[in-house]
Design a protein around this ligand. Structure first.
Ligand SMILES: Cc1cc2nc3c(=O)[nH]c(=O)nc-3n(C[C@H](O)[C@H](O)[C@H](O)COP(=O)(O)OP(=O)(O)OC[C@H]3O[C@@H](n4cnc5c(N)ncnc54)[C@H](O)[C@@H]3O)c2cc1C
Length: 333
């Protein structure tokens, strides 16, 4: 969605899937993420994610994770000029307060992205899809990129000569690289995240403004927290006013994940540390090379955007880092 808005002048073809895999792919219940009252989704792809102490999330429906997310976005690093394309599309950046969003934070620049109806922003409502299709693989023939796309009607192939933006989410990016021959047995994949914690208590009253060692905390009114858990994205008007709340903390301390590609499409976790609780994991490297650089070396002309291709420099929401990266590439191009 950010790409479509910021690169609107060069509007190209948007390819996004609106179907549910097929016999050629594996279903992966351990990557599935869904909520009771939200649109359901399943994870399907090519690799088996053999994770012993880690969680990854694959929401392979239109709009991806934004069907379930909290909408939190840190405006700190942005000028008004940089944010105006978003605002002109009707996106609201609502400062978080218990009354407005049922949450607040020790970080004063956190907002919640909402649509014009006071609902947490769901990017599927902003996407103009040109081709209903799942990108199965990409091959470079020295001049063009040949795309193979699957949808409910079958398979479609075509060549692309211009710019390509890959915004397929972390899990699906790894799958797509594997199917396209960019990952091989023995390759080592790493990622990082800021350590994450949840606590229930009277947190809000005691230390809601304090910043300990740069950590970022978000405090949720108990009603809002339950709504979020169930998948209700709209403000209900209910505010418990109760002293008990839920505190979500992103600590200023990084945790690493290491995986290796094994035979028969197995991607196996080899690190021991618990990983993935923050859902904001980033900085994917392949054999120590950051994924953006990896693509620039083998497939110049393809830009990768999303959590995998940024290196978060501050704990907290990650969508702001993704947008910052898109704006940077936009100005460079
Ligand atoms: C429950 C939850 C809450 C979160 N809350 C926040 C928050 O409050 N603030 C925040 O900053 N971040 C939050 N996040 C992190 C959030 O996921 C990221 O900020 C952001 O949504 C990542 O966007 P993405 O484009 O990288 O991937 P995704 O959101 O996963 O989107 C990927 C898109 O690509 C499509 N796609 C995938 N594979 C293919 C293919 N092969 N061909 C074509 N299309 C494909 C998918 O259908 C999907 O539309 C949350 C995540 C979760 C799961």
């Amino acid at each position: 969605m950010f790409c479509q808005i910021y690169f609107s002048k060069e509007r190209g073809l948007l390819i996004a899937p609106d179907f549910n895999g097929g016999a050629a792919y594996r279903l992966r219940p351990n990557l599935r993420f869904t909520k009771v009252l939200a649109k359901s989704s399943s994870s399907w792809g090519s690799l088996i994610f053999n994770l012993k102490n880690a969680r990854m999330h694959d929401v392979n429906v239109l709009g991806g994770n934004s069907n379930y997310w909290g909408g939190f976005f840190d405006t700190e690093a942005f000028s008004m000029d940089e944010l105006s394309p978003l605002l002109l599309c009707g996106v609201k950046l609502v400062p978080i307060t218990m009354l407005e969003t049922g949450s607040h934070s020790n970080c004063g620049t956190l907002c919640q992205m909402q649509d014009g109806n006071g609902k947490i922003l769901n990017s599927s409502n902003y996407l103009n899809v040109d081709i209903d299709g799942y990108v199965d693989s990409i091959k470079f023939n020295g001049v063009n990129y040949d795309y193979s796309i699957i949808n409910s009607k079958g398979e479609l192939s075509f060549g692309v000569a211009g710019k390509i933006f890959l915004c397929v989410g972390t899990v699906q990016l790894i799958d797509l690289m594997y199917r396209s021959g960019l990952l091989n047995e023995g390759d080592v994949l790493t990622m990082t995240e800021y350590r994450h914690g949840l606590a229930i208590g009277m947190n809000n009253l005691t230390n809601s403004k304090s910043t300990v060692n740069g950590e970022v905390s978000i405090y949720y009114d108990i009603f809002r927290a339950v709504n979020h858990y169930l998948g209700i994205q709209k403000k209900t008007g209910l505010w418990s006013g109760m002293l008990v709340d839920i505190k979500q903390t992103f600590y200023a301390e990084k945790v690493d994940l290491k995986m290796t590609v094994e035979a028969e499409g197995r991607l196996t976790q080899v690190s021991e540390a618990k990983f993935g609780d923050s859902i904001h994991y980033c900085n994917l490297k392949i054999n120590e090379v950051p994924v953006k650089e990896y693509f620039a070396n083998v497939w110049p002309g393809i830009e990768v955007f999303g959590m995998a291709s940024i290196n978060q420099i501050k704990p907290g929401p990650i969508s702001n880092d993704i947008l910052k990266d898109i704006i940077k590439v936009y100005h460079e191009s």
